[in-house]
Design a protein around this ligand. Structure first.
Ligand code: ADP
Ligand code: MG
Length: 436
């Protein structure tokens, strides 16, 4: 199946970013709206208690309140004002309304059994407001807190004929309003927090989802590309192989015919044809992944055989006993080993060395590792990203398929290949295979 659908990533990230921004600003706007709503409510209440207080103060004569002492609770004047305060309280749904003197002691309140000189019984006295009111000003009521409870009081001065403050009318806003306000505030906070949390979770989900989508897209593109390359390679390889074998046969005939010339040139042709053949074989191997014949394999056998085949004095093979058998395909393991050792031998100089080592990773572990280590020039970090790519080679005659095929085969057997390398120090290739 072809993967035609292509996503423009920048645009998608831009859209996601924009969407999140819109969500964030909506959240913020909502919060801001609730905040301004709250301060408007408080302002409303301020006006209400101030107005109520001012209206009430007009019904009270300062002169009546000038000489009031404890014990006068039942005097007609006091009884009159007591009734007045009670009416104002009930009509305006106030928490409390009370007349105090400039030291903050109660002169008149609406309770039947109160005593002149009592202290305030609802909310604490607000000294700053008291001070202002006692010099004849009407202070601005402020939202205050008293043991986790909001309250607000208006302090209205009551003057005598000489414009002296003789009493102060204290008007307390209804408590139930503040309970509502408090709930409202808690609600706003929860709303804000949950908005932010939802936003974060939402963006994380969207980002991971898109990232995963992009990764899938990459993989599909890569697979498509490889499938293409594979088909192409297979076709080309087939077309090349036939003429190659004819050329090799012909070269052979020519060499026999002109044996007496003993010209070196006559051996060049079959040698180069062999090299081409190897290249073509690599292509084919890469193009058509053959199904593996999976069985229990003794790596020790393969290594012994391999040492016999490849006689290079730079090659050092460490054989161990007690190795686990692995699950894999004998030919595939052989091929991987050959590719890796060939790379190592290509990379090193005459006096360097390549070491092959096999060991059980650990008794508890499911893996056996085969390592090929050289002390050659190493691989730079930039190259490291590309060396497993098909057709990536730094050699003039390389196919660039050795590592690609090796990785494919290792993965087909349920294992993997990793490479560690330091420039100037050498390269260590690890093949992990499953223990049988
Ligand atoms: N042991 C090694 N030391 C240094 N470079 C290496 C080693 N093994 C692989 N490489 C680099 O990786 C490239 C790709 O290797 P490979 O896939 O086997 O293709 P090829 O051997 O045909 O070039 C090589 O061309 C080489 O540059
Ligand atoms: Mg190679």
């Amino acid at each position: 199946m072809k993967f035609r659908f292509s996503l423009n990533r920048q645009i998608i990230y831009l859209i996601i970013g924009f969407g999140l921004l819109v969500l964030a600003s909506l959240n913020f706007a909502g919060w801001f709206f609730l905040q301004s709503f709250k301060s408007e409510l408080v302002q409303e209440l301020k006006n209400q208690i101030l107005n109520t207080g001012r209206m009430g103060s007009r019904l009270i004569s300062g002169n009546d309140l000038e000489n009031i002492f404890p014990g006068m609770e039942r005097s007609p004047t006091i009884l009159y004002y007591q009734q007045l305060l009670y009416d104002i309280k009930v009509n305006n749904d106030l928490e409390n309304i009370v007349l105090i003197d400039i030291t903050g002691r109660i002169l008149v309140d609406f309770r039947i059994n109160y005593a002149i000189g009592d202290t305030l019984f609802t909310f604490p006295l607000q000294p700053a407001l008291l001070r202002q009111a006692s010099v004849g000003e009407t202070p601005e009521p402020a939202l205050s807190k008293f043991s986790d409870q909001y309250f607000m009081s208006a302090y209205i001065p009551i003057l005598n004929d000489f414009d002296e403050t003789v009493a102060i009318l204290v008007v307390d806003a209804p408590l139930k309003f503040f309970t509502t306000l408090r709930n409202f505030e808690v609600g706003t906070i929860y709303l804000g927090i949950s908005g932010v949390v939802i936003l974060i979770v939402f963006s994380l989900i969207i980002l991971t989802a898109t990232r995963r989508l992009f990764r899938v897209e990459d993989r599909m593109k890569e697979q498509e590309r490889l499938a293409h390359l594979g088909q192409m390679a297979a076709t080309v390889a087939h077309e090349i192989r036939n003429p190659l074998s004819i050329m090799k046969g012909t070269a052979e005939v020519l060499r026999k015919k002109y044996q007496q010339l003993s010209d070196e040139m006559l051996t060049y042709i079959p040698d180069e044809i062999d090299r081409l053949n190897r290249l073509v074989n690599d292509f084919l191997q890469f193009a058509r992944q053959r199904p593996l014949h999976i069985e229990k394999v003794d790596i020790q056998d393969i290594l012994a055989e391999f040492k016999h085949q490849l006689r290079d004095p730079r090659l050092h093979l460490e054989t161990k006993t007690g190795l686990h058998k692995v699950i894999g395909d004998r030919d595939a393991i052989r091929q991987i080993l050959l590719n890796l050792v060939q790379n190592a031998l290509d990379a090193i100089g005459e006096r360097d060395r390549v070491e092959i080592n096999v060991e059980n990773l650990s008794e508890k572990n499911d893996w056996l590792t085969l390592t090929v280590q050289d002390n050659g020039p190493g691989i730079s970090e930039q190259d490291m990203e590309k060396i497993f790519d098909p057709f990536y080679s730094q050699k003039s005659s390389g196919s660039g398929l050795g590592l690609t095929i090796s990785k494919q085969l290792a993965e087909q057997m349920g294992g993997n290949i990793t490479i560690e390398s330091r420039v100037g120090q050498g390269t260590l290739v690890k093949v992990k295979l499953k223990k049988a």
